[in-house]
Design a protein around this ligand. Structure first.
Ligand code: SAH
Length: 371
């Protein structure tokens, strides 16, 4: 580890950066493509694996560079096939990554930060406080770890991870550059080759980040809305005070306009009993969502100790859904997956060495570490 401090980690470098790295070494650009393929399609652990690269260059690479991915601490599989990894990142904190298989799809839910600074009232990650942004290597490392868990990586085999969503720990738009580097690798043909429709960034509503994102990439966008009006949303999702609903909806429309294809925004709405699940709130939400092409994903609240919120009854969830459907909004209810291994939305806690001291406010609340 100590010796690695001065070496450049190539794992998180998007193609442009890797090309620049090889140019600086006085090497041809195609070396970047070769190394990308080795790292991301074949899962190479070190430069000696890279047999189509000359020994001389391999030795040179060993001197200055490394392939370093975060360390897997635990890997649990739940009865429904959902798999959760606890991953230790440099500095000792842990983040969580979840793979959700469903028919011929397998969606990987990745983390973008150690903890989260946004402090949404109903999210257990928020209660952990915030430590730091993940590096691009730690972001793409989660994808590599998941794919490698199926055995030797083999690009000729059907994809083991078909979709990636930034719905794990953290607010991806608060870690913009590293998240964008990770996205570029996910979508790069010489790396993971996922299509723009199969990579989704979910945000609590960082409006300037949404506008910046479309200049860099064209992934699908999900918004964690959770309330039909500013008064309630500001209580649940405090960043709403800075970027209220009108501004958020306008940013979503700008994003879709630039995408200029048939995609719509995914709206996430965690249903909490007596908080945001009332008939009148469903009607208000129906009116609001008329203003942006979208599909609505209702997430029945996933409980964690002392959260102070409850999941609505199945009847209430269904009634809410019916009102939305009647309002003409495409609506689905997210099935809870991996609950017994604490892998469901909002249950990801990792092990965050909090630097904000926020977690101290919640000491009795914090879940037992999963490690
Ligand atoms: N910060 C980003 C990425 C996190 S995505 C965002 O807010 O979009 C995680 C999703 O799960 C978000 O929609 C979040 O609001 C939701 N969520 C958080 N806690 C939850 C809980 N306890 N039950 C259900 N959904 C929850």
């Amino acid at each position: 580890m100590t010796e690695s401090i001065h070496k450049t980690n190539l794992l998180g470098m998007c193609p442009d950066k890797l090309e620049a790295f090889f140019a600086e070494l006085g090497e041809k650009r195609f070396r970047a493509t070769q190394v990308l393929k080795w790292m991301h399609q074949l899962g190479a652990e070190n430069f000696d694996d890279m047999t189509n690269i000359s020994k001389v260059l391999r030795e040179k690479l060993k001197q200055v560079a490394e392939i370093r991915e975060p360390e897997v601490v635990t890997s649990d599989v739940s009865k429904d096939g959902t798999r959760k990894w606890v991953i230790r990142v440099e500095g000792g904190s842990c983040v969580e990554t979840v793979l959700i298989p469903e028919g011929d799809r397998a969606t990987l839910c990745i983390s973008s930060q150690v903890g989260c600074a946004l402090d949404c009232s109903f999210c257990s990650t928020g209660k952990q406080g915030f430590n730091r942004n993940l590096t691009a290597a730690e972001i793409i490392g989660q994808v590599r770890i998941a794919i490698k868990s199926f055995g030797p990586m083999d690009p000729s085999k059907p994809r083991r991870v078909t979709n990636v969503v930034f719905m794990g720990m953290g607010e991806p738009l608060m870690n913009f550059d590293n998240v964008v580097s990770g996205i570029k690798l996910m979508m790069e043909d010489n790396a993971y080759g996922l299509s723009k429709r199969r990579v989704t960034l979910s945000t609590a509503g960082v409006v300037p980040g949404i506008d910046k994102l479309i200049e860099e990439t064209d992934v699908s966008l999900a918004i964690s809305l959770h309330a039909p009006n500013d008064e309630l949303r500001s209580q649940l999702v405090p960043i709403n005070k800075k970027y209220p609903i009108d501004e958020l909806i306008a940013a979503c429309n700008r994003y879709l306009e630039k995408l200029n294809d048939k995609r719509v925004i995914t709206i996430e709405y965690a249903l909490m009993a007596g908080i945001n699940d009332q008939v009148s709130q469903a009607r208000e939400l129906g009116r609001l969502l008329k203003r942006v092409p979208c599909k609505l994903n209702l997430i029945p609240f996933n409980p964690f100790p002392n959260s102070g919120y409850e999941r609505p009854s199945d009847e209430a969830i269904l009634a809410f859904k019916q009102i939305m459907l009647k309002a003409g909004i495409m609506t689905t209810v997210r099935r809870t997956r991996g609950a017994e291994i604490d892998a469901a939305c909002g249950q990801l806690v990792g092990q965050v060495e909090d630097r904000t001291r926020r977690s101290q406010k919640y000491i009795p609340i914090v879940q037992e570490s999963t490690v």
